[in-house]
Design a protein around this ligand. Structure first.
Ligand SMILES: [Zn+2]
Length: 649
């Protein structure tokens, strides 16, 4: 029997010549001491402080830790291989003497595939100390230095396409978007390995942005937000306030129609309203979410409360009315955009992988800014559902869109909505985005402040801050038992999920300061060795779709802990289709490892009925039991129908 919970959409290659821009004598030194920060390292107003990379380690066998190892062993190398086969690296080589000839390959923003992969390499070096990418980094650093123009400009599409001029079509060409990813890669490599070469390239293009689009210069913004958060991170890494101000200008200039109407209207690239007034999630979902991350970064550095107020309202719109139960964002395929509130069709869910990653990045910044657990909870939802589902068990095939239903007879041959994960995409934004997230995912688990350590993602691993070290053992998200042993003196805070209504905590050697309240933090004063045992209720439960989500009105989704379940055709008896299932909410449910055994009925269909017809009698429905699997593991057994939302018997 399930406890039924009302789901209100969720509360909630090798070139060593001197670069174009400099003589050999100007080449910077290869390495300095790494600055072991994670992806976000606020300098000023953060309420919580991210841990330096060595202070956050995931246990190798944990859900996140094993996935991170898979990313290191398979996904990053797969991305590197595809930079060759997709022509991304050739786009750079053809611009230097002796490089291959031929046209630019791929989409105009293909440079970003390289940069995101480099970012993954940077975080991975910082995490594991691997040197397997040393030759790649040498090759690519030399290539970037040679392709970069003397004034810092670098974009192989514009540089390599006759008729294109730099910054002439900012609504379209993604030049600042690509520059942003270059900057983020350089920061990751600098933090991970102390590599100064990429940082020098990144600073040259950032300096160009500062000069060309400063206060008294051209008021240009990019059609695809991304450079905002990148410039702020470059400021954090270098201390150069010019980058922070350049980011501020990018943000403050948005919303005044500078980009023109474009193909889908100004809302598509969030140029329809200034950021303090644009409090409804709208337009292209990845652009919306990257912009939001950048605005929140700006708040973290300048403390302008009006930015935070607007961002929290925007978050409530996005996460309260426009998010899928799997943590997916953006329901419309046409413009990869957010739909109207509650417009969340399961089978036509776009829910781009990059959007869930961007949502996690935004939530992390809001968590740092406010300390509110709701942001961590939504990070977890996205991680263990939409983002986890987007990678195959081999780590080398990916979903771009993440539907919550695939119908029997679905034509899965298009990249737009494939039946199975694909090894690569013509628009390959998602795979390297996954790689960079996973290489740094340990950095999103915990924070510190003056008083102690806060655990936000429940995972096995070791975390330390403010003189307090916590070793966490748990099989979460499948097992609700969490054992934490701390050493040192300080306050330990552990997030208690909002669904954990019967959570209990036992503490030995320390003192409970705040009980394990759902949707809050268990707080424990630790001294010496303190043992904290938390039991989270993992009974499978049903959540009901909000009435306003017409496509799934009356349906339920099965969750266990934070994990969303689905039913696949491969687990149904012969002759029963996914579309015929009706779940009996009163029937017993059996747990079989990570799988669930459910009961219900198979509705008999009348093949002669037109899609609209009089209510048909239920007589003849067949009583059946069937298996549900974690949504994140769907489509690993060949193509087949699947659904998350189940009609009730
Ligand atoms: Zn993507």
């Amino acid at each position: 029997m399930f406890p039924i919970v009302f789901f209100l959409l969720c509360r909630v290659r090798g070139l060593t010549d001197a670069p174009r821009g400099q003589s050999r004598g100007q080449l910077v030194s290869l390495r300095t001491t790494p600055t072991p920060a994670g992806p976000v390292a606020p300098r000023r107003t953060a309420r919580l402080t991210p841990l330096p990379s060595p202070a956050a380690r995931l246990a190798r066998g944990s859900f996140l830790g094993a996935w991170q190892e898979l990313n290191a062993d398979a996904t990053i190398g797969h991305c590197v291989d595809n930079l060759e086969t997709s022509g991304v690296l050739a786009n750079f080589r053809r611009l230097v003497d002796g490089g291959p000839q031929g046209a630019f390959q791929g989409f105009w923003f293909a440079d970003s595939d390289l940069y995101k992969t480099l970012e993954a390499v940077g975080w991975e070096i910082g995490r594991s100390g691997t040197d397997r990418w040393a030759e790649l980094l040498d090759d690519v650093a030399g290539l970037l230095e040679r392709v970069q123009e003397p004034d810092g400009y670098l974009n192989t599409y514009v540089q390599g396409t006759p008729g294109e001029q730099r910054f002439a079509r900012p609504d379209y060409t993604h030049e600042l978007y690509c520059a942003g990813h270059l900057v983020q890669a350089a920061v990751a490599l600098h933090r991970g390995s102390g590599d100064e070469r990429f940082l020098a390239v990144a600073r040259r293009i950032a300096d160009l942005i500062v000069r060309e689009f400063g206060d008294d210069a051209r008021a240009l913004i990019d059609g695809h937000p991304e450079v905002e958060t990148a410039l702020i991170e470059l400021y954090r890494e270098t201390g150069d306030e010019a980058y922070l101000h350049a980011a501020e200008l990018q943000i403050e200039r948005r919303g005044y129609g500078l980009l023109g109407p474009g193909h889908f209207g100004a809302v598509y690239f969030q140029d329809h309203a200034p950021v303090r007034e644009a409090t409804e999630a709208a337009g292209h979902s990845v652009r919306q979410l990257y912009l939001a991350a950048g605005v929140t970064d700006l708040y973290l550095e300048n403390g302008d409360e009006s930015l935070l107020v607007a961002q929290e309202k925007l978050w409530e719109s996005a996460f309260g009315t426009k998010m899928y139960v799997i943590g997916g964002h953006g329901s419309r395929h046409r413009d990869e955009a957010y739909g109207d509130p509650y417009e969340l069709p399961p089978d036509r869910a776009y829910a781009e992988t990059c959007a869930s990653i961007a949502a996690l990045q935004w939530c992390w910044r809001l968590l740092l800014a406010t300390g509110k657990p709701r942001y961590a909870e939504e990070m977890e939802r996205a991680l263990v559902n939409a983002i986890a589902a987007s990678t195959s068990e081999t780590g080398t095939a990916f979903f771009y869109s993440n539907p919550l239903q695939l119908r029997t007879g679905h034509d899965g041959t298009s990249e737009d909505a494939p039946s199975e994960r694909l090894p690569w995409y013509r628009c390959a934004c998602c795979p390297p985005n996954l790689a960079r997230l996973l290489a740094s995912v340990h950095a999103y688990a915990a924070t510190g402040d003056d008083t102690g350590l806060q655990l936000h993602l429940i995972t096995a691993g070791e975390f330390s801050a403010a003189g307090l070290t916590a070793k966490v053992e748990t099989g979460y998200p499948y097992d609700g038992d969490v054992l934490i042993v701390t050493r040192g003196t300080g306050e330990l805070s552990v997030r208690v999920p909002s669904w954990a209504t019967d959570a209990t905590a036992e503490v030995t050697g320390g003192k409970i300061l705040a009980e394990a309240t759902p949707g809050g933090y268990l707080r424990v004063a630790c001294t010496g060795e303190t043992t904290v045992r938390i039991a989270l209720p993992m009974t499978p439960r049903l959540v009901r779709a909000d009435e306003r989500v017409d496509a799934v009105r009356g349906c339920v989704a099965v969750l266990r802990g934070p994990v969303v379940y689905c039913v696949e055709q491969a687990d149904l008896p012969d002759g029963v289709l996914v579309e015929q299932l009706r779940l009996d909410p009163a029937a017993a449910v059996t747990e079989e490892g990570t799988r669930l055994r459910l009961s219900g009925f198979a509705r008999k269909d009348d093949p002669d009925l037109y899609p609209a017809h009089e209510p048909a009698p239920a007589a003849g429905d067949e009583s059946i039991t069937f298996t549900a699997i974690p949504y994140h593991s769907w489509a690993n057994r060949g193509p087949g129908a699947m659904r998350v939302w189940l009609p009730l018997a």
